[in-house]
Write a protein that binds this ligand. Structure first.
Ligand SMILES: O=C(O)C1=C[C@@H](OP(=O)(O)O)[C@@H](O)[C@H](O)C1
Ligand SMILES: C=C(OP(=O)(O)O)C(=O)O
Length: 448
């Protein structure tokens, strides 16, 4: 959905003793992919645990506009009747992907090797984000893109009539770019090969294999070489979406900085391409444990127990961990403010092209709350003040960015003065139950 209407001002206030269980909604990355691959399969895919956030609902709308039949039962089970590889219909209207980079980039990839034309737009945040990173490789398949200057939305993609398979080395660590190329490769004859130097989340590879595509990954000195055989018949699946570690990060970090807290966050995926934050927090001395570790649907899963951790230490987070925690740096920078010493985050320039420039948004808001932050193009350093010493007392701009809004609301739970955000509306894109879930744990979060 483009825009979020009237801004929702929210604030958070000193809290103690967060407790109880936090039932985190479904994984956003996996939910987008379940809808798109379900729409390209032949027959009915069922999905339980789908994230019903705005980003994913916009992807469901787009898949309907391209011919898939999608329904939801009252119990929350989704049914997708797919059109088959290469079977997308030309949408009659502009496709509005709202706030979602994942949605627009994956859908562009999925339609780029079909003989249809589609025009994409989004909200004020998405329309600022770079799209050349996907349209460059999609041009190699034979697709054409015409957008605003700088490769921005709104943008029209004319899909290739006779797509060619592609060999492409992804120039930035991005699962969205990798996935767009793989999805385009589905309707190209022969082998499409994607090479990534740094491992990024591998949900597309796992799910393509689950839908019956022939796909393999070779780990070499050059990086990961992913090979997909084009034009498979995708077989419908029954998918149980695991819970989102990127959403779990917020109550976990809140418990670590809030005095007297002890919470359980059950059933969180610990796929190594996603779990970098939890490794980092443990290195900082967080009382964060994995209980009941097990495998579910081929993914490592655990119940996370997070307890108040008064003796956190600043550390240097290595650049090769960035992809596995890319969406978690905003909330890590909040935890870092309560640690002793500096927390250095390196190799994070991708944060500058998310829903907002997240380095700038966090640096500005943290400084307004009395925290010293240094930043460069590719790094961020937060000088921790230790528990009890972070002043707070500012209204922070969320810049249409859900993770920025949630991060500052976590900050205010343990600062000396309350912290407000100018607009909590974007939280509904990825974590629609954030507010009631946090309040149920005992967080003093309000709408002003
Ligand atoms: O593929 C995905 O589902 C995602 C990839 C990441 O983006 P990039 O590919 O831009 O790194 C991440 O930030 C985003 O929230 C979800
Ligand atoms: C970057 C994010 O999402 P997207 O790129 O899909 O907008 C995010 O959820 O933090």
């Amino acid at each position: 959905m483009s825009g979020h209407g009237t801004p929702i001002r929210m604030s958070s206030h000193a809290s103690t003793g967060l407790s109880g269980e936090a039932a985190i909604p479904g994984d956003k990355s996996i939910s987008h992919r379940a809808l798109i691959l379900g729409a390209l399969a032949v027959g009915e895919t069922t999905v339980t645990g789908l994230l019903e956030g705005e980003d994913v609902l916009d992807t469901a709308k787009a898949m309907r506009a391209m011919g898939a039949e999608i329904t939801r039962d009252e119990d929350g089970t989704w049914h997708i009747h797919g059109v088959g590889t290469g079977g997308f219909a030309e949408p009659e209207q502009v496709i509005d992907c709202g706030n979602s980079g994942t949605g627009v980039r994956l859908i562009m990839g999925a339609m780029a090797s079909s003989p249809i034309t589609a025009t994409f737009t989004g909200d004020a945040s998405l329309n600022k984000r770079p799209m050349a990173r996907v349209t460059d490789p999609l041009a190699l398949f034979g697709a054409q893109a015409v957008g605003r200057s700088g490769g921005r939305l709104p943008m029209t993609i004319v899909g290739a009539r006779d797509p060619l398979p592609v060999r492409y080395e992804v120039p930035v660590p991005s699962a969205q770019v990798k996935s767009a190329v793989l999805l385009a490769g589905l309707n190209a004859p022969g082998e499409t090969v994607v090479i990534e130097r740094e491992a990024t989340r591998d949900h597309s590879e796992r799910m393509l294999a689950g839908f019956g595509a022939t796909i393999s990954t070779d780990v070499t000195n050059e990086g990961r070489i992913i090979t997909l055989q084009g034009q498979p018949e995708l077989k419908p699946q029954s998918i149980a979406v695991p819970r989102d570690p990127s959403s779990a990060a917020f109550p976990v970090c809140a418990a670590l900085i809030t005095e007297g807290s002890d919470i359980l966050v059950p059933n969180i995926g610990l796929n190594p391409t996603r779990a970098g934050l939890f490794t980092t927090l443990r290195e900082m001395g967080a009382d964060l444990t994995y209980e009941n570790q097990r495998e579910e649907g081929g993914e490592p899963v655990a119940d996370l127990r997070a307890r108040f951790s008064p003796n956190l230490k600043g550390i240097s987070v290595p650049p090769d961990r960035a992809a596995s925690m890319i969406d978690e740096y905003p909330v890590l920078s909040v935890v870092a403010a309560f640690a002793e010493g500096k927390t250095e985050m390196h190799g994070v320039k991708e944060l500058r092209v998310k829903e907002s420039d997240r380095i700038d948004a966090m640096a500005t808001g943290l400084r307004a709350c009395g925290v010293t932050v240094d930043e460069g193009e590719d790094w961020l350093t937060v000088t921790g003040l230790g528990h009890g010493n972070v002043p707070g007392g500012a209204t922070c701009a969320s810049h249409l960015d859900h993770r920025i809004a949630m991060s500052f609301l976590v900050l205010g739970l343990a600062t000396q003065k309350p912290v407000a955000v100018d607009d909590g509306g974007p939280i509904a894109t990825s974590f629609p139950v954030f507010e009631p879930l946090m309040k149920a744990l005992g967080a003093n979060i309000r709408r002003d």
